[in-house]
Every structure is written in structure tokens, then in C-alpha cells.
Design a protein around this ligand. Sequence first.
Ligand code: PLP
Length: 391
Amino acid sequence: MLSERVKHIKPAPTLALTARVNQLKAQGVDIIGFGAGEPDFDTPDFIKEACIKALREGKTKYTPSAGILPLREALSEKLKKENRVEYSPSQIVVTAGAKMALYLVFLAVLNEGDEVLLPSPYWVSYPEQIQLCGGKPVVVPLSEDKGFVLTAEDLLPYITERTRMLVLNSPSNPTGAVVPPKELERIAQLCVERRIFIVSDECYEAFVYEGEFVSVASLSPEVRDITFTVNAFSKTFSMTGWRVGYVASPEPFARVIADLNSQTLSNATSFAQYGALEALTNPQARSFVEKMKETFRERRNTALRLLSQIPHVKVVKPSGAFYIFPNFRYYSSLLGSDLALADYLVEKGRVACVPGSAFGAEGYLRLSYCLSSQEIEEGIGRIKEALSQLL
Ligand code: PLP
């Protein structure tokens, strides 16, 4: 009954886990959820107020399919000032979150059988979206010993005549790895030489704890001309439910992506776009983001310290995002798989973590630290206790 295209699609495991945790909580079960891929902060009031004002003013109709002009102008300014890359407003398309932006990029670029380099561990939706668009994900394994940081050398053995694109996600979900600027230059140079497009998912740009964030498109005009810069308001401003993201593309892709938007989504929700505009233009936004980042930094340090104390668990220090991706292989092999381990931790420890196999890395668990420090301490304590019963 189902089309060939959708036959193999899987639900996003991270959303499924969040739903399960919420269900257990509603049943009164005391469970600590490390699964959430979203900040536990509320969206700032000044952003909400701008949205309410837009609603009151009747900004409730269709907008241009690429997004309202003031927002695209503000994004162009932001990209120039913060990311040091020139994209005109006509190169920017506002979409329903980064997820939709990525999907439209794959749709616009990939032909049947085109290969997409996908460094692994990878975020769950990339392989699904690539396949939905007829592409073939080519998994490029990253080494835990090198902190899961992608290098140009890692890519070389996987490049073929059919390689069309590279997915770059730094800081990374799930590992939190950040590619250092020098390595980013080598990767970009390789892509320019081999004529490989880059889709740079910069959703976690605001959360870099060591070193600085660099947009790959800022490295040179040649790199910008092969790069799709994808980002969202979701994580930076704690606006995951608003569904506002964007993609800045080389011409003529920008026009095509706007057309795809117009034939599918029409536009990102009108009043949500006004909230997003406020997030970019209100000077209070900077201190909100800074505060969130410093809170995450402290939590990361707590999680890292506590996880490192669990016997047989190996942890790489994540430099960005709000995830930590420890190696639990010792325990997952005792139970048969990381799925079995995640289930065991829910049952015995009342702690929910996402199994690494969802990200292409069997034997790991992803823990999000979008929780209070007390919950992090309590939750990791429960993990340690539950695992000790396996020894
Ligand atoms: N890209 C990465 C790497 C993510 O982790 C996520 C969300 O978890 C997204 C994209 C999707 O972002 P949005 O909620 O803006 O669609």
C-alpha cells in the first residue's frame, strides 16, 4: 500500500522517547529524561510579546513564501555581522524550522542515487531525509579517540564520482564535537576542489564552550558558493515549538528553495516570523543567549565529571551543543544492545537516554543536559546505581 519512497521511513527516535517519558510522568512515574533535544528555558517574554503584537495587528495572513522581508534583511545582517558571510536577503528562505530547511536543500540538490557524505555519529533525520530525496547516505565513521571531530582525511576514502554533498554539523548533535577552524578550512578546500556541495547545519552555533564558532561559508567566496547555511531560532532562543528556521543558499538554489516552500509549506507561520525578528533585533536577546550558554557549560562540566566516575564508561568532552555521548559498550554488550541498555535504564533506573544506534553508533547513549544540575546529578547517580547491578 505504501509508496516505495516512504516504505522505510522511521519515526524520529528522539521525539518518540520524549513522548514516552512524558507519558510515564503523566502516570506518576518519577523518571528523569535525558532525551530532550531542546533547552529547558522558556522563550523570552520580549519575543512572545512581539508575536502577540503581530497577532493583534492582524499579521495573520500568508506571507511571501521566502519569509517576510524585514526578517530576511535582519538575517542577512546577522550573517554578515556574526558569521562574517555575505548573503543577500534574496538568498535567504525562512522555513518551518531547520528540519524543513534541510529537507528542501536535499530536495533541491539531489538526483536519484547521488551520494551524500554523512559523518557518523549523525543526527537522526539526515539519513531519512537524504533517502526521501532519492540520495544515498554514505556513512563516514568518526573516531572516538579523535573526539569525534571530522577531518578532511576522514572524507577522502569515501569520495566517488557520485558524491554530491557533505553534511557538516558542527557543533554536532549527538557528540557535541566542534570542528576547529583550521580543519574546517581543509574540509572546505577539499569540497571546492572536488565540487562537492556543503550543507552546514549551524543550529548549535550559540553553544560553543571551547574555541570559537566559525561558519564554513565565511572562509572564502568560493566556499560560500558551494555552501547551504542552515540555522534556526529553535535552540539559540529556546523556540523549538515555534518552527522557524532558515537556509541561505547560493543562487540559483535560493529561488528554487523558495518555490519549493511555496508549493509545500507556503510560508513559515506569519506571527512566529515576527517573534523571530524580535529575537534578532532586541538587544536583550544577547544576554539571554549568553546566560543559557553559561548554564549549559556548568551542566556539561557536572555531567562530564559524574559520568567519568562510572566504571567502564568512556566519555569524550563535548566542546559544544548540549549533549554528551558516552561509550557504554561494556554494559550494552552485557545486555545485547544499546536499545536493551536504554530499556534497562528506564525500567531499573527510571532514567531515559537515547540509544547511540539511533545516531549510527551502537554501544553509546546520548544524554542531553537540558535539565537542572540537581536532576543531572540525580539521574547520573541512578544510571551508576543501575549499572552497578550488572557487574
Ligand atoms: N539539526 C540538528 C543537528 C538538530 O539537532 C535539530 C533538532 O534537534 C534540527 C536540525 C532541527 O531543528 P528545528 O527544530 O529548527 O527544525
